[in-house]
Design a protein around this ligand. Structure first.
Ligand code: FE2
Ligand code: FE2
Length: 264
């Protein structure tokens, strides 16, 4: 049982997402994002520029010629990729800021990054939602957990660290007055991030029914990415009960997402 915390959680306890990440996200939601604006936003933050350059030149992208500027990175990797790299880098301090439960927070950050990448892949494969919104929603989907770690004693973090005693949504509700999905969505709304991102986060643990084509909604994409990232990157066992509803969705069945079919 979790220790009883204050009647309502205080999601405001999470450090705010840097302004540059919020503005990048808003720019990327535009039908035609401005290359100049994205470059200017990244270049306005020295640490962010350094991080984007570092990732752009990493083995991940495999370019033999050195990428030595943000405009060059935008040309070589594409606007969407550098925006994604920048948003992920900008969000990193939110997970690793001061406070206790470091290993748990590190694990949460790793899980969030994995969920972000898988959300983007699903969005691209199913062509149902904007891949950028999917990435951002995946990256921030469990931020509510971070607020509970920071706002309570160690009992919540201890439960998260355990292999088989993960706190349930009901327990969160009882201890904090809302579950981590709702707490995360509250944070996103406060950050003025797009509404679909907060909605995607609010519903990422809602049940999926074949007759409700939720996969076209961001929450379905994030929910599926959440399951898959645990299977692919955290050694979780595939659970047909969790995956089955997604496979039945028409929008998903049409996509050539063979990797998931192999798991079922
Ligand atoms: Fe979650
Ligand atoms: Fe998660």
């Amino acid at each position: 049982m979790l220790q009883k915390a204050a009647p309502k959680a205080k999601p405001g306890i999470i450090p705010p997402l840097p302004e540059v990440a919020v503005r990048l996200s808003q720019e990327c939601q535009q039908e035609t994002p401005s290359v100049d604006t994205v470059i200017r936003l990244i270049e306005s933050d020295v640490a962010l520029t350094t991080k984007v350059m570092e990732v752009s030149n990493s083995a991940l992208f495999g370019y033999s010629r050195k990428i030595n500027s943000i405009p060059r990175a935008a040309i070589v990797l594409g606007l969407r990729s550098i925006s994604t790299i920048a948003m992920a880098a900008a969000a990193q301090p939110v997970f690793s800021g001061s406070g206790g439960a470091c290993p748990v927070r590190k694990r949460l950050h790793k899980h969030s990054l994995a969920c972000a990448v898988v959300s983007r892949i699903i969005a691209e494969e199913t062509k149902t939602v904007d891949p950028n919104s999917a990435f951002l929603s995946g990256l921030l989907h469990d931020l509510g957990k971070l607020s509970f770690i920071l706002s309570s004693d160690t009992s919540y973090a201890n439960r998260l660290a355990s292999a088989d005693q993960q706190p349930s949504l009901d327990e969160e509700q009882m201890s904090f007055g809302l579950c981590h999905a709702q707490a995360g969505a509250h944070y996103i709304r406060k950050m003025n991030l797009p509404f679909d991102v907060s909605q995607g986060i609010a519903d990422h643990h809602s049940s999926i029914h074949a007759e409700q084509p939720q996969l076209v909604q961001l929450s379905g994409v994030v929910a599926l990415a959440n399951h898959l990232s645990k299977i692919w990157f955290e050694g979780a066992k595939p659970n047909n009960e969790q995956l089955e509803p997604f496979l039945k969705l028409e929008s998903f069945a049409k996509a050539s997402f063979d990797a998931l079919r192999c798991l079922s």
